[in-house]
Design a protein around this ligand. Structure first.
Ligand SMILES: Nc1ncnc2c1ncn2[C@@H]1O[C@H](COP(=O)(O)OP(=O)(O)O)[C@@H](O)[C@H]1O
Ligand SMILES: [Mg+2]
Length: 285
């Protein structure tokens, strides 16, 4: 059965979208079938995967308000093995537009449940708030993965986030679990990054991913080229670490012991991810 992971943290700029795009692309590179669901009106996961978000006639918003079908907005194989349910600024009205819609917390779930088994992983990129869109993501997901930026205020807001996850679990999705936290933008040159990691590990009962994502300029550059890091700069430390994270996610999923020091490159040798038929698809719409 396909696994659905919501990437959430109500703080902006912590690496949710960067993790959504690059974890997904590295899972796809490992031969897994992946669907990226962009449920953030900023549409950064959409554009970061090379989709011209402002030229889309149909997005997740039109789907939610009943103006299109799933097949009208789902863009298949933007990369090999990787499909996108895109979003753009249209979705920013959702909070108000969805008032009065019956079971509005279950909208996303309604559309994803019938297709989840077409994929090995469904990765949902959440907006930087705990609004109805994030609740929809958590109601649909099996687990929540929380990126934490290695900075002084890393833990701020985390208890609120965990509270929200617990509320969703109690009321809307009893199966929901915390996937764990992943540290992002780690800077090995500063003591601060190290202190943040130690501090969070000490104070948090949740699972902490062994893979740590370093601060890497190539990760920041890649979205402006509409490419995930493994295609933009396959040999960068950013690419290496997102591959390692993908391996850790796969190993967790398969119940295998993961050792952060033994990268299994054979997983990724199987499949060379290529730029898909994206431009053609977009023009057709
Ligand atoms: N590991 C990293 N190294 C360098 N820059 C990063 C890294 N992760 C994210 N960024 C940059 O930081 C900014 C915020 O990241 P983003 O993934 O958009 O956060 P969020 O989705 O949580 O708002 C973006 O400009 C992104 O390119
Ligand atoms: Mg984002």
């Amino acid at each position: 059965m396909g696994r659905i992971i919501a990437i959430a943290n109500q703080k902006g700029g912590v690496g949710k979208t960067t993790t959504s795009i690059n974890l997904s692309a590295c899972l796809a590179e490992a031969g897994k079938k992946v669907l990226v669901v962009d449920i953030d009106p900023q549409g950064n996961a959409t554009s970061g995967l090379g989709v011209e978000k402002n030229e889309l006639e149909n997005t997740i918003y039109e789907l939610f308000v009943g103006e299109c079908e799933l097949s009208d907005c789902l863009i298949e194989n933007v990369l090999d093995n990787l499909s996108v349910l895109p979003s753009n600024v249209n979705l920013s009205g959702a909070e108000i537009d969805l008032i009065g819609i019956e079971k509005r917390e279950f909208l996303l779930k309604k559309y994803i449940t019938p297709i989840r088994d077409n994929y090995d992983f469904v990765i949902i990129d959440c907006p930087p708030s705990l609004n109805i869109l994030t609740v929809n993501a958590m109601t649909t997901a099996d687990t929540v993965l929380v990126p934490i930026q290695c900075e002084y205020y890393a833990l701020e807001g985390l208890s609120q986030l965990i509270h929200t996850i617990n509320l969703v679990k109690q009321r809307l999705n009893p199966e929901l679990e915390m996937e764990g936290v992943v540290f992002t933008m780690y800077d090995a040159r500063t003591n601060l990054s190290l202190e943040v990691v130690e501090n969070v590990k000490k104070n948090l009962k949740q699972n902490v991913y062994k893979t740590i994502i370093p601060r890497n300029i190539r990760l920041a550059e890649a979205p402006s080229h509409g490419l995930p890091i493994n295609l933009y700069d396959s040999k960068s430390v950013g690419a290496e670490n997102y591959r390692l994270l993908a391996q850790e996610v796969i190993y967790n999923d398969e119940g295998k012991e993961f050792d952060v020091n033994s990268f299994d490159s054979s997983i990724f040798d199987k499949k060379e991810t290529k730029k898909g038929k994206l431009s053609k698809l977009i023009k057709k719409k």
